[in-house]
Design a protein around this ligand. Structure first.
Ligand SMILES: NC(=O)c1ccc[n+]([C@@H]2O[C@H](COP(=O)([O-])OP(=O)(O)OC[C@H]3O[C@@H](n4cnc5c(N)ncnc54)[C@H](OP(=O)(O)O)[C@@H]3O)[C@@H](O)[C@H]2O)c1
Length: 253
């Protein structure tokens, strides 16, 4: 079988991943880098993690990474981040909106600051980053991946701001896919239970969740990374799709 003419190697491409210093973002960075891509590793506070990820990737292939620091709530800083990458590499092929804040906000306790933080990181920043990246993604005939959540479609108890923010990000994904074709593909990945929240979750709650996962286990960040690799490299005719990577959890709501 010969390669399809659209089959794209990631060699020499530049991929910007937000919130890439640690957890899922770092594994996505590592996986795409191992497949040949150069990575702009964005972080906010996790400087040590981001620097050690950079060192690991540079040991694999020299001059293949760039570190970008920003709080994505600072909308004015987003174009500067893209320009920093363009000044360094001259191109941007794939944007992965992964940075996110996540915590419960039971109604009756919600503050405006929580609204700004959750909507800001999960919905507003992806939109303005896509806007800043647009001419470069267009020139590269690139793609966008937005990290959403299976709970964008079915509510997670007490997550009255996070859920709507991710639901908005799903609609942003679909809207951009419609508007930016044929030059740019736009897709979303919706993780189920992959890494438990760091703030802690009771064993009872974890067991309750796993009972409803047909594959009976949590996922691994590599499950997300391989799905993103497929969408960026191997899916030239896929746009406007949200792929759930959830062990079948969304079958058992
Ligand atoms: N973990 C799961 O099982 C799961 C389930 C469903 C959906 N998801 C989605 O998958 C993605 C990755 O999940 P994760 O658990 O690895 O994420 P995470 O650890 O909760 O957050 C990823 C990074 O987002 C960055 N971030 C948060 N607010 C920011 C801000 N204002 N400005 C810049 N960066 C900010 C943080 O960077 P610094 O540390 O550098 O500050 C953080 O390390 C997220 O979009 C999440 O919503 C994950």
């Amino acid at each position: 079988m010969t390669d399809h003419p659209d089959a794209a190697s990631l060699n020499d491409k530049w991929i910007l991943i937000t919130g890439a210093g640690r957890r899922i973002g770092a594994v996505v960075a590592d996986t795409l880098h191992a497949a040949g891509a150069n990575i702009a590793i964005h972080y906010r506070g996790s400087a040590d993690d981001a620097k050690s990820l950079q060192a690991r990737l540079e040991a694999r292939r020299a001059d293949s990474t760039l570190l970008l620091q920003a709080d994505v709530l600072d909308t004015a800083a987003l174009p500067g981040m893209v320009e920093q990458l363009i000044a360094h590499s001259g191109r941007l092929d794939v944007l992965i909106n992964n940075a996110s804040s996540f915590y419960p906000t039971a109604l009756g306790t919600v503050t405006e600051a929580q609204w700004e933080d959750l909507i800001g990181s999960n919905l507003k920043a992806p939109l303005f980053l896509c806007q800043a990246a647009l001419p470069h993604l267009k020139a590269a005939r690139g793609s966008i991946i937005n990290m959403v959540d299976i709970h964008a479609q079915r509510p997670l108890r007490d997550h009255t701001v996070y859920g709507p923010a991710k639901a908005g990000l799903v609609m942003l994904t679909l809207s951009l896919a419609k508007d930016l074709g044929p030059d740019i593909r736009v897709n979303g990945v919706a993780p189920g239970a992959i890494l438990w929240p760091e703030e802690g979750m009771s064993d009872k709650l974890k067991e309750g969740i796993l009972k409803r996962v047909p594959l009976k286990r949590v996922g691994d960040p590599s499950d997300i990374a391989r799905t993103i690799l497929f969408l960026t490299r191997d899916a030239p005719y896929v746009t406007g799709q949200i792929i759930a990577v959830d062990g079948g959890r969304s079958l058992n709501w």
